[in-house]
Design a protein around this ligand. Structure first.
Ligand SMILES: Nc1ncnc2c1ncn2[C@@H]1O[C@H](COP(=O)(O)OP(=O)(O)OP(=O)(O)O)[C@@H](O)[C@H]1O
Ligand SMILES: [Mg+2]
Length: 236
């Protein structure tokens, strides 16, 4: 059997003594887009934090490219190739766009100007605002800055927790197009989304998470076509 690029298997853990995740398994193949959907409070963000090392697991293991990273800190995981955009507080609002990107390069001691140029190429709207404070940008542009910041370490796995939260449908489509573009460069994407239909449409694999456990796992297309999934999680 070939090993998935990211394999987070049978995760159990939570906050304090309470388990939020129970037998939760998430895998992502190289260059593919994996999407986690599910109701509010299902544990989607908790699963992302577990994969990124912000949560001590009581059971389960996280493997990246075959290497067991279960005991590594988030910062060590960044060095291994993970980039994470959290659901909230994912930019420094009182710093400029460019300073945000420079902060993103914190683990690099080489010349990262080319990566900044690539981020600006991907998101021309934020390039125009590079000298403005990130907090002054629109919601969609702030999310672009957050994604750009995560790209500064040149991750092989980019994790996004609700990148389209609070943006208009047009901005959402645009952001999804950019995410597809990022995946085409060989970067694996693991994304949590409230906009379940639109996200599953671009997903190579989709996970429906309920009460911290996998309820449905299939290709995005198959989940969209599943009557139970449609009725219960996609609004019919
Ligand atoms: N820091 C924390 N300390 C204690 N409990 C928490 C903490 N963060 C989340 N929880 C609880 O864990 C459960 C799962 O939360 P989580 O944020 O992972 O859900 P989610 O699926 O991301 O929800 P949403 O769709 O609202 O973002 C919820 O019951 C929540 O109240
Ligand atoms: Mg969440």
């Amino acid at each position: 059997m070939t090993q998935a690029y990211l394999s987070a298997s049978q995760m159990r853990g939570g906050y304090g003594k309470a388990d939020i995740l129970n037998d939760c398994t998430i895998t992502v193949e190289r260059g593919q887009i994996a999407v986690i959907v599910g109701p509010n409070g299902a544990g989607k963000s908790t699963a992302m934090k577990a994969v990124f090392g912000m949560l001590n697991l009581r059971e389960g293991a996280v493997l990246l490219d075959g290497e067991d990273i279960t005991r590594l800190s988030p910062q060590e995981r960044v060095r291994k190739g993970m980039g994470f955009v959290p659901q909230t507080h994912n930019i420094f609002p009182s710093m400029t766009v460019e300073e945000n990107l420079e902060m993103g390069a914190f683990i690099r001691d080489d010349d990262y100007r080319e990566t900044i140029a690539q981020v600006y190429e991907l998101f021309p709207a934020v390039a125009d605002k590079r000298r403005q404070n990130a907090g002054e940008l629109s919601g969609g542009q702030r999310q672009q800055v957050a994604v750009g910041r995560a790209l500064m370490t040149r991750p092989s796995l980019l994790m996004l927790d609700e990148p389209t939260a609070g943006v208009s449908p047009i901005v959402m489509d645009e952001l999804f197009d950019r995410i597809i573009e990022i995946a085409r460069t060989g970067i694996s994407i693991l994304m949590v989304e409230q906009n379940a239909r639109q996200a599953l449409e671009i997903a190579d694999i989709g996970y429906v998470l309920v009460q911290g456990t996998n309820r449905y796992t299939d290709t995005g297309k198959a989940l969209m076509a599943d009557p139970d999934v449609r009725r219960t999680f996609l609004g019919g």
